[in-house]
Design a protein around this ligand. Structure first.
Ligand code: ADP
Length: 292
């Protein structure tokens, strides 16, 4: 079993923002979801794991190897889909992939062609290989991003905020590809979208303000709050009456407010029990007003 172990990792930017505070995480083969609101520190952590920036303190080991010291060892086994994956719009998907295949060190032209063909097929872009990237939809660009991340058969794939801006169909397609890949690799998916994690990840961490707030698997985390989440549909202007309750979320529903609260016991007052989902876990872990 491959293992990425992050211990006591901290990072403060020169601006004074402490983006990571003593992060401890163990990530194994399969899909790992790193869930947190904007500014939580996800990208900083992703960039540090990808060896693109150094922490101030702490360590990251991969199968016992110190990857902060031995960056090249990690880079050999890493595929990265960065947050902003864009490329020269005037070149074709095939040309871009051939270029990346060369960068990844696939030496023979025949091997390059074979790999490019294989991965374009996996992400379902082979029939679009001669089209210019500039004409691709957001979802096609993300799939192309995954195809380039797969070149060189990496053992670890890092995907930073991949589904922001994708329409539901594209997102579904992208999820299917990721879950295929996640069977035998470590795939780390950083996202602020709860559904991305609940649909894909067998283990997860929630981070906020540079700290790990919980690590679990989605089912275990949901099980943990079972029987404790209650909801009520209220008039918007009456929310002040509920302030003393532990409100974890509120959202508009048919012009009114649907509030969810967490309570060990039945709060009465016309609240009904909720079969919780991962969103309830997320909101009960992170104060609602901090989730953007
Ligand atoms: P996320 O990916 O979860 O949105 P980031 O890792 O991008 O979080 O940011 C964490 C915090 O660090 C934020 O407060 C952000 O403004 C700050 N930050 C990120 N990158 C830099 C940087 N290069 N210089 C200074 N502050 C940064």
């Amino acid at each position: 079993m491959k293992e990425l172990i992050i211990s006591n990792l901290s990072k403060t930017y020169s601006s004074g923002v402490q983006a990571l505070k003593n992060i401890d995480l163990t990530i194994r083969t399969g899909m790992f979801g790193l869930l947190g609101p904007n500014g939580a520190g996800k990208s900083t952590l992703m960039r540090t794991i990808a060896t693109l920036q150094d922490p101030d303190s702490g360590s990251i080991t991969y199968n016992g190897m110190d990857i902060i010291k031995e960056k090249h060892e990690l880079r050999k086994v890493l595929g990265l889909l960065p947050q902003e994956f864009d490329f020269y719009p005037r070149i074709t998907a095939w040309e871009m992939m051939m270029h990346f295949a060369a960068l990844k060190g696939i030496r023979s032209a025949r091997d390059r062609k074979e790999a490019v063909e294989q991965f374009l097929k996996i992400v379902n872009l082979y029939s679009d290989k001669s089209r210019k990237i500039g004409g691709f939809s957001g979802g096609m660009k993300q799939r192309l991003g995954i195809a380039q991340a797969l070149l060189g058969n990496p053992e670890i794939i890092i995907v930073d905020e991949p589904t922001a801006g994708l329409d539901p169909k594209e997102r579904h397609h992208f999820h299917n590809i990721l879950s295929e890949i996640g069977q035998e690799k470590i795939v780390i998916l950083s996202t602020h979208i709860v559904d991305d994690v609940s649909e894909l990840c067998s283990s997860m961490a929630i981070i906020n303000k540079g700290e790990v707030k919980m690590t679990s698997n989605p089912l275990g985390a949901i099980e943990h709050i079972k029987g404790k989440i209650w909801r009520k549909l209220i008039e918007k202007n009456t929310i002040d009456q509920y302030r003393e309750l532990n409100i974890i979320s509120n959202r508009l529903f048919t012009g009114k407010l649907m509030i969810h609260i967490i309570s060990e016991t039945d709060p009465g007052n016309d609240f009904s029990p909720v079969d919780p989902n991962l969103e309830d876990v997320y909101f009960s872990t992170i104060p609602h007003n901090e989730v953007i």
